[in-house]
Design a protein around this ligand. Structure first.
Ligand code: GDP
Length: 694
């Protein structure tokens, strides 16, 4: 990560080095020694954001004050006009205002009577009372106000309030001391060793999941075993007193972006290659990602228990990508393992710790935390839930954080063993509750001073994104995309991605954006988890986007509105199909052979489990009809749980060909017994359509 020196940043922000050093401490708990100290560019960016916000706030305040002052001046001149005899005095008053000396020090006790304060300020009492009202304090002439209120008021008049027992010199001294203290602490502050964060990559079916599971099972003590079923996107294991954090990334290898995202937080990659299969396309992809991110790799040659295992072939193939195994004179560590027999696992873990040692991974546990979101979802009972990885500092329950464009105060933290915890140090994964919205996987988080700061920053980030979208949207649709490109009307295809889990949304988003060519930019303007809703459709309508659903479906309202507004919704179960379609649309070759026609939807109202038969659902047909030969998909909260065919369709005891809207029916689904009350069963048929003429 690139760094920046304090004095450079101070210069850019037009503040003193000392001020910046104390702000750094206050905002992030980051201890900087002097103007030559370096800080992460990411922290610098956040500080800049903060200053921008403060400037904006100050400008707004100034505007209000100016308005208020001009009103007062108006009142004064009215008064002058009313009573010409008083003209002289009025003028004098006005002159006093102009002469106002800022930075005047007003000494006072813990409390002060409004009238006395006005005297000290050399302001008319009315003006002081008005200013107090403006501050939200109703006070009469003889009322006492406390120091805090008075301080704010004095400040708004451009002067400084100090408590009587202190004098200005003391205050300056106090500030000096504070900075000295920071500097002292800084010299003491030491970054300490942190556990490595490891991501497992490799071709599909080479055993990534099995390997992660095997490590989890072999290294987690019995007492923790209950909790570790808890999936929070990452887990830590203890290897002879050294901790290792594994990212439990979703296993879909098409998600190259997941890897890229993984690499951002990853210190070491375990590249799994099946000993019987060798290097495959996604292995190569993983190698390239690691190289680009300069993340060291350890090769786990898996499935060594298989007879057909040929580790030498794997090593041979690796050389083609510049990876020469250590035993062949190179510096690539290759560890033969078997996720099934657990052979070589200890060796692999040892290699990780040795590698980590060499990387000298360090973090400062005392600063305020920052890190990355690994996964996030909306939980019905608990609200937005995010699994995050602390990368520096210590995250504490009650901390206020900004995460991407959302924010919150941490209500609860749950560790990877399912236990509630109060603090999470460097490299620790935790699940957090208390965010205002669901963040996106890969979003960075930072702890800030208070919730208000977090909220303001989140809002201003959102506003920025909104403006960016607004400026660049162009109306397009998938069907006419090619023509529009040819006519030069379109330079951009905007897409909204909705998916069943955050990881997929993020991955689909990035894969889609990679389809951009020199002629057409493909841009995902919104990517989120959940069913396609009316809101998505209106966003698509407003920004001329198409909607892509990945393992999710539109709800009824969305369908109606989309039809009305001619918004295109495409749903897919396989990422490649989505990518292919978009690619074809871009080159004008979109030729769907089949079109899906939804026949109707019904809702499961009662579920019966019958031995030897399976699950029968008593349903009510909401719209259209359900036919015996239709295909069905089961939707739970708009998410596709399964796709199958009907195994039976009955009305009362009789088999029927179809059940129409408004009627009840009983049905069972081929190879699916997990129907729950409230599930929606959508019936559809695939209608053949003629290929389009080019
Ligand atoms: P992933 O797609 O890379 O996550 O691969 P999985 O972990 O799902 O494994 C794919 C298949 O390989 C599964 O059928 C596993 O049982 C099998 N497998 C994984 N590791 C081993 C191993 O060490 N030995 C053998 N014989 N099979 C394995």
């Amino acid at each position: 990560m690139s760094k920046i020196r304090i004095y450079e940043l101070a210069k850019e922000l037009e503040v003193t080095n000392k001020e910046l050093i104390s702000v750094l401490m206050e905002e992030f708990g980051v201890e900087a020694k002097n103007h030559m100290s370096v800080i992460d560019e990411e922290d610098a960016d956040l500080i800049k954001e903060l200053y921008e916000e403060q400037k904006k706030e100050a400008a707004e305040k100034k505007e209000i004050i100016e308005e208020y002052e001009s009103k007062i001046n108006e009142d004064i001149s009215k008064q002058q006009r009313k009573n010409s005899k008083m003209r002289k005095g009025g003028n004098k008053r006005n002159e006093e205002k102009v002469d106002e000396t800022p930075d005047e020090v007003i000494e006072m006790e813990e409390t002060i009577v409004v009238k006395d304060l006005a005297d000290k300020l050399k302001k008319p009492v009315v003006e002081v009372i008005r200013a107090l009202i403006f501050q939200g304090v109703m006070a009469s002439v003889n009322q006492e106000i406390d120091f805090n209120t008075a301080e704010k008021l004095v400040d708004s008049f451009g002067s400084i309030a100090v408590l009587k027992e202190q004098n200005v010199g003391d205050i300056a001294k106090e500030q000096e001391d504070e900075i000295d203290e920071i500097e002292d602490e800084a010299s003491e502050a030491k970054e300490t060793k942190r556990p490595p964060i490891v991501t497992v990559m490799g071709h599909v079916d080479h055993g990534k999941t099995s390997l992660l599971d095997a490590i989890k099972k072999s290294k987690v003590t019995a007492t923790e075993a209950g909790g570790i079923t808890q999936h929070i996107g990452a887990y830590t294991v203890d290897v002879n007193g050294e901790r290792i954090t594994f990212l439990d990334t979703p296993g879909h290898e098409a998600f190259t972006s997941m890897r890229a995202r993984g690499a951002q937080v990853t210190d070491i990659v375990i590249l799994v290659v099946a000993a019987d299969d060798g290097i495959m396309p996604q292995t190569v992809e993983a190698i390239n990602h690691c190289k680009a991110a300069e993340v060291p790799m350890i090769i786990a040659i898996n499935k060594m228990d298989k007879e057909s295992a040929n580790p030498d072939r794997v090593k041979q193939e690796l050389t083609e990508y510049g990876l020469v195994s250590e035993d062949w004179g190179g510096d690539t560590i290759c560890v033969p393992v078997s996720a099934h027999t657990k052979e070589g696992l200890d060796n692999l873990l040892e290699m990780i710790t040795i590698n980590a040692e060499m990387l000298e991974l360090k973090a400062d546990a005392n600063r305020r935390a920052k890190g990355t979101v690994i996964e996030a979802k909306l939980d019905k009972g608990r609200g937005p839930v995010a699994s995050i990885l602390v990368q520096n500092g210590t995250l504490k329950s009650g901390d206020s954080i900004i995460v991407g464009t959302t924010y919150g105060r941490i209500r609860a933290m749950i560790d990877d063993k399912g236990k509630t915890t109060k603090a999470a140090g460097p490299s620790m994964p935790v699940e957090i509750l208390g965010l205002s919205e669901v963040p996106a996987a890969g979003d960075r988080f930072t702890v800030v001073r208070d919730e208000k700061t977090a909220r303001i920053m989140a809002e201003s980030r959102k506003e920025k994104i909104r403006q960016d979208h607004f400026q660049t949207s162009n109306r397009v649709s998938m069907e006419n995309l090619y023509n529009q490109i040819q006519e030069g009307k379109v330079k951009e295809l905007s897409v909204i991605v909705k998916a069943d889990v955050q990881g997929s949304a993020e991955a689909v988003k990035q894969s889609i954006e990679k389809l951009s060519t020199d002629n057409v930019k493909v841009r995902v303007i919104h990517g989120a988890v959940g069913a396609i809703t009316e809101t998505d459709v209106s966003l698509a309508y407003a920004s001329n986007a198409i909607i892509i659903g990945f393992n999710v479906r539109p709800d009824n309202n969305a369908i109606t509105v989309a039809e009305r507004d001619n918004v295109e919704i495409k749903t897919y179960r396989i990422i490649y199909d989505a990518l292919d379609d978009i690619k074809s649309a871009m080159i004008g070759m979109l030729e769907p052979e089949y079109k899906e026609v939804i026949t109707g939807r019904c809702e499961a109202r009662q579920v019966y489990k019958i031995s030897n038969v399976g699950t029968i659902a008593g349903c009510y047909v909401l719209n259209g009809k359900i036919t015996r030969n239709c295909k069905v998909r089961v939707l739970r909260d708009g998410i596709v749980i399964t796709e199958s065919t009907l195994a039976s369709l009955k009305r009362f005891k009789d088999d029927v060909k179809e059940a129409a809207a408004g009627y009840e029916c009983g049905l069972s689904i081929e190879k699916f017994n997990d129907i729950k009350e409230g599930d929606i069963i959508e019936g559809y048929i695939m209608e053949e359509i003629k290929p389009k003429q080019l």
